[in-house]
Design a protein around this ligand. Structure first.
Ligand code: SAH
Length: 334
């Protein structure tokens, strides 16, 4: 609940509105695990909360810590027993948490381990927040950045995503700036447009992965529903409405989308746009046969884009030794 909703809820029980802020801070700032820890509330109020409200707490099932770079990968159990994963990445600019927005995913991208078991269910806002709170508590440091790039398609869980962003950036909560929140989507056109109309300051990342509709369709079934031209128009609309520079993610897959012709087509598609391209050598997934291009091919691909004045970085790979990527740990557990 937002503070306003909490206040309305409390009013029904004859409680003063200022209690809403106190409870909100217990939940989102101090992040207590029990109503009884909310020591500035009366015993009666705590008893009422225990009876009427539910605190969503995730259970930590497993943590893997990378020896290479300190990346941590967490497996959490949701209250109903479903398993999700989250990742902590340490950067110079701060601690970044990658959260899951769904248990499983129904988008079926061919290279993605999260897609293999299909969608189980969408996560509630509390279940998304809890991943960040638990990890912050575990490392005893502030989490400054959040990326919604774990398992699931966030725009397939649109209402809960919006509420999550609102609660996460609320000043009486963890107060993470919207500019430090990135939401990654495979390209659900109507939701990109709806999100643009909200004029939030979050960064939107589009999983592009191919420079043409034809190629994209081979690796991303969602392309059958939303043609690349429509997706690109929606991205332009997002930039026009929010002024936020788009990020385009492009997983380089050997022999699939890493040729010179692909690079040229990508330049033609993105040239002149105010955007950023993130090249990601595809993470090999056991159940899939996709391979990374060799390092040289990756560098050449990057240089081609740069020559065409496109901002581009090769994503530093973190946590390779701990199943760091895209649903691999959860998959192994299941
Ligand atoms: N559903 C959202 C967010 C989750 S996936 C989306 O599609 O954007 C986060 C990113 O990881 C996406 O860009 C996705 O395409 C990419 N990804 C998935 N599996 C991958 C793999 N094996 N190697 C590299 N990137 C992968």
């Amino acid at each position: 609940m937002t503070i306003q909703e909490l206040a309305a809820f409390l009013e029904n029980f004859g409680e003063k509105a200022f209690r809403a802020r106190q409870i909100f801070e217990w939940l989102h700032k101090k992040q207590v695990h029990q109503f009884d820890e909310m020591t500035n509330l009366s015993k009666n109020l705590r008893a009422m909360l225990k009876e009427r409200a539910q605190l969503v707490i995730l259970k930590r099932v497993e943590v893997q810590i990378s020896k290479q770079d300190g990346t941590r990968k967490y497996l959490f159990a949701l209250p109903d027993g479903n398993i999700i994963e989250s990742v902590l990445m340490k950067y110079k600019h701060g601690n970044s948490v990658c959260i899951s927005s769904q248990a499983g995913c129904r988008m079926a991208c061919r290279f993605c381990a999260s897609a293999i078991g299909g969608l189980v269910r969408s996560l509630r806002p509390s279940e998304m927040l809890e991943q960040i709170y638990q990890i912050g508590q575990d490392i005893g440091e502030r989490i400054s950045h959040v990326v919604v790039m774990g398992t699931g398609e966030p725009l397939d869980n649109y209402d809960n995503l919006l509420r999550f962003v609102e609660l996460l950036s609320e000043e009486h909560g963890l107060h993470i700036s919207q500019r430090n929140i990135t939401v990654s989507t495979c390209g659900i056109v109507p939701k990109i447009r709806a999100l643009a109309d909200r004029k939030l300051q979050i960064t939107l990342a589009l999983s592009l992965h191919a420079p043409s509709q034809e190629k994209r369709l081979q690796i991303m079934p969602v392309a059958a529903k939303y043609d690349l031209s429509e997706v690109m128009k929606a991205c332009d609309y997002y930039f026009a409405k929010t002024g936020r520079r788009m990020t385009f993610e492009y997983s380089l897959i050997h022999g699939v989308n890493d040729t010179d012709a692909d690079a040229r087509a990508l330049c033609a598609l993105l040239g002149g746009k105010n955007c950023h391209v993130n090249l990601i050598p595809v993470n090999p997934v056991k159940e899939r046969s996709y391979e990374q291009p060799d390092h040289n091919t990756t560098i050449c691909f990057k240089n081609k884009l740069e020559k065409n004045k496109i901002n581009v970085t090769i994503r530093r790979e973190l946590g390779r030794d701990i199943d760091g990527a895209c649903g691999q740990l959860r998959k192994k557990y299941l």
